[in-house]
Design a protein around this ligand. Structure first.
Ligand code: 13P
Length: 242
């Protein structure tokens, strides 16, 4: 199973800040033991493509519309993303689902389009605290997977489990919770890398990497600092022994 560590820079950095962090990453991160991906804002991608060109860091977007072109003001197409060197695209991130009201049907269309255009989509799923407290976590994840990945060859995607209540809080989900959910997802997606996301940082990277069926991380806050991102990558590789 392929191991992947992806940065999700979300809506951070102007172009100069993005360039500085990307240059630092290009300088200090160089591994082929895992796939390293940086998912940046649309306006950063072209510049980052140049910076990462001769490195082992691959480029990803944080969203994508499913149509190739047309009257879709404010949207970004697979053709556009391909032209700036993107290989990956995050789809259905919890912030897209909750703030921008994306549903599984839309995420499904985007995922199909991404695959058709040669991308590897990183499809995110995750339950809210309410879902978990009312014992619906497994049901919610099963439904999100079933609906957003309907009709899709699961060997062509990456799944990211990001419990909404652990994102950006500084406190990751506990080991048992992650293990149970990743084992549950593994039964549905036997050959798909499953990433964990939600407050991954250098201080918990080893513990989280030690969990079975955690094939990598999707990292927000800690990926904004090149040294921290590298530290997490190094700890993951060492713990997994890859
Ligand atoms: P944090 O690592 O900041 O909790 O964000 C996780 C996330 O949403 C990555 O997609």
């Amino acid at each position: 199973m392929k191991n992947i560590i992806a940065a999700n820079w979300k809506m951070h950095f102007d172009i100069n800040e993005a360039q500085d962090v990307a240059r630092k990453m290009a300088e200090i991160i160089d591994t082929t033991a895992i796939d390293t991906i940086v998912c940046a804002n649309f306006i950063h991608l072209d510049r980052l493509n140049t910076i990462f060109q001769k490195t082992n860091i691959k480029l990803g977007a944080q969203n994508m519309y499913f149509e190739e072109k047309g009257a879709f003001t404010g949207e970004t197409s697979p053709i556009m993303l391909k032209s700036v060197g993107c290989k990956y695209v995050i789809l259905g991130h919890s912030e897209r689902r909750h703030i921008f009201k994306e549903d599984d049907n839309l995420i499904n269309k985007k995922t199909k389009s991404a695959i058709e255009h040669g991308f590897i989509p990183i499809v995110c799923v995750g339950e809210t605290l309410d879902d978990r407290n009312s014992n619906k976590a497994f049901h919610v994840i099963e439904n999100q997977l079933k609906n957003s990945l309907d009709g899709i060859d699961l060997r062509k995607v990456v799944i990211a489990y990001e419990p909404v209540w652990a994102i950006g809080t500084g406190v990751a989900a506990d080991k048992k919770t992650i293990e149970e959910m990743h084992n549950f997802i593994r039964k549905i997606a036997t050959d798909t890398p499953i990433l964990y996301g939600g407050s991954v940082k250098p201080s918990n990277a080893e513990e989280l990497a030690s969990i079975d069926n955690v094939n990598g991380f999707l990292i927000g806050g800690a990926s904004l600092v090149a040294e921290d991102f590298k530290d997490i990558i190094d700890k993951f590789i060492k713990t997994k022994g890859v």
